[in-house]
Design a protein around this ligand. Structure first.
Ligand code: DAH
Length: 332
């Protein structure tokens, strides 16, 4: 019996080495450890031994069984990682294919517009900043002077994220929270733009998307006035859209600016495009960021990039921004 027991580990080694796949290995395991396998066979013979032999041989069998187990497990690990490597290799997709006669693609219209606007503003002496798309209540609302129960919070239909306490974490509803990040990260003077993706819980139609892009502009310096605001907007609209476009500011309300205005752009045909909002940075907002409103003043504006991008090409329906139709995309 001792010989039979010694053969168990030899058989396990040999069988494991010879197995070329997980099925082969399973067969080896069944033949050694299965109900009708070699180990069970030896166990059955133990009953016929006297007590001392039974203990001695039982112990040897137990050890051998454990060795067999670990030989098989090691081989199983080897075989399954090989199998995984093989399936990864066989399922690999070549995404680099180039169809002859078709160009290999280009940046999306909105990405092109963001890059162009960055160039315009960098040319005017601005820096470009970014913030996270998942924001906390402080940056998205509270630091921007939205009172806790202020109805202005409802102006922005918010997607809440199940993180932290209730309503504590949001998908940012605008790029204005990046103003807060910029002002708390660096002392004035500040001349920055902040492009990015924003999220609103609202139905999609020809003038609204639930996921869209905004560009935020913030200036904080000594002696900044509403004239600087109007002049900067006009300069960038002329640079980006052309001299034949003009702007209009209409009195409005935003909690983070005072006074606030709505920003419209007039097309050469005389029609108006509602682009975004603007105003003088509210003193509370400056204080919330540790900036002394007695010394510094600032202006800010923010607008929908997708609208501006489409307006430039005379596309009427905002939903086209989401189009995957190559005939639409390849026009830009
Ligand atoms: N964040 C506002 C919105 O999404 C737009 C806006 C208004 C941005 C006034 C500004 C501003 O910077 O000063 O509706």
């Amino acid at each position: 019996m001792i010989d039979e027991i010694a053969r168990l580990t030899e058989d396990a080694e040999r069988g494991a080495a010879a197995a070329s796949g997980l099925d082969d290995l399973q067969a080896v395991e069944t033949s050694l450890l299965g109900k009708k396998g070699a180990v069970s066979g030896i166990k059955r013979q133990l009953g016929g031994l006297d007590e001392d032999d039974r203990k001695r041989i039982g112990r040897a069998l137990h050890e051998a069984q454990q060795q067999v187990q670990s030989i098989l497990t090691a081989r199983r690990d080897e075989l399954s990682s090989a199998a995984r490597r093989e399936s990864l290799a066989s399922e690999r997709m070549d995404l680099t294919e180039v169809r002859p006669g078709h160009d290999a693609g280009h940046l999306h219209l909105v990405t092109q517009v963001i890059e162009e606007l960055e160039d315009v503003f960098v040319g005017l002496g601005f820096t470009v900043a970014e913030g996270p798309e998942v924001e906390d209540d402080w940056h998205n609302f509270t630091a921007l002077n939205f009172g806790e129960h202020h109805p202005a919070r409802d102006m922005q239909d918010t997607f809440f994220v199940a993180l932290g306490g209730p309503r504590e974490v949001v998908m940012r509803t605008h790029t204005s929270p990046v103003q807060i990040r910029v002002m708390t990260d660096q002392p004035p003077p500040i001349y920055s733009i902040m492009p990015g993706r924003v999220f609103r819980n609202e139905a999609t139609d020809s003038t609204h998307l639930a996921v869209f892009h905004q560009l935020e502009c913030l200036v904080v310096d000594e002696g900044i006035t509403f004239g600087h605001l109007a002049g900067t907007i006009e300069a960038f609209i002329h640079a980006f859209m052309g001299e034949e476009y003009s702007i209009r500011l209409r009195p409005s309300y935003f909690p983070f600016t005072e006074p606030s205005a709505e920003l419209d752009v007039q097309r050469p045909d005389g029609s108006w495009l509602e682009l975004g909002g603007c105003g003088m940075v509210h003193p509370n907002v400056l204080s919330n960021c540790g900036i002394d409103p007695e010394r510094w003043s600032g202006f800010a504006f923010g607008f929908g990039l997708d609208r501006l991008a489409l307006a430039r090409y005379g596309v009427a329906d905002l939903r086209e921004v989401m189009s995957t139709d190559i005939r639409f995309l390849s026009q830009f």
